[in-house]
Design a protein around this ligand. Structure first.
Ligand code: DQA
Length: 145
């Protein structure tokens, strides 16, 4: 596929998880919308969610040989903890965009640091689930230009 959308821990509970912060949209709806958005531009989109750090590392390794040209990732709490996911991105050398539904800079201090941001092409934070749409628009622009 062309674009891989990865969601990290607890994002499978979107829709019911802290709706005042993350809204009411489920991950299934977000993923279906991104697949349709990519397809409308002629891109194949795959989606992956895991609560396990190693599973995300494994999926990134697989992305190196499955045709993935761009990754959109909301790493969830692994954003702030995972050197392993950072190293996986450095290893596979696939460009990526980091997305956060909430504005991580307007929350607890520990959410301000990301192990991924300096490797990312860009970061979208605080735009709600529309951040995923914005990231896919960027991917379409980049991959079809
Ligand atoms: C999040 C922000 C993270 O700090 C948090 O751990 C999440 C979701 C967001 O989308 O706003 O799980 O990545």
């Amino acid at each position: 596929m062309d674009v891989l959308v990865i969601n990290g821990p607890n994002l499978n509970t979107l829709g019911t998880r802290e709706p005042e912060i993350y809204g009411n949209t489920t991950l299934a709806v977000i993923e279906a919308s991104l697949v349709a958005q990519g397809a409308a531009a002629g891109l194949d989109v795959d989606t992956f969610q895991s609560n396990h750090e190693g599973a995300i590392v494994d999926r990134l390794h697989a992305a190196r040989s499955d045709g993935t040209r761009f990754v959109i990732i909301n790493p969830g709490a692994f954003t702030h903890t995972s050197i392993a996911i950072r190293d996986a991105f450095a290893a596979v050398e696939i460009p990526f965009c980091e997305v956060h539904i909430s504005n991580v800079h307007a929350r607890e201090e520990f959410r301000r640091h990301s192990y991924l941001s300096d490797l990312a092409v860009g970061v979208l934070t605080g735009f709600g689930v529309f951040g995923y749409t914005m990231a896919m628009s960027f991917a379409v622009e980049r991959l079809t230009a």
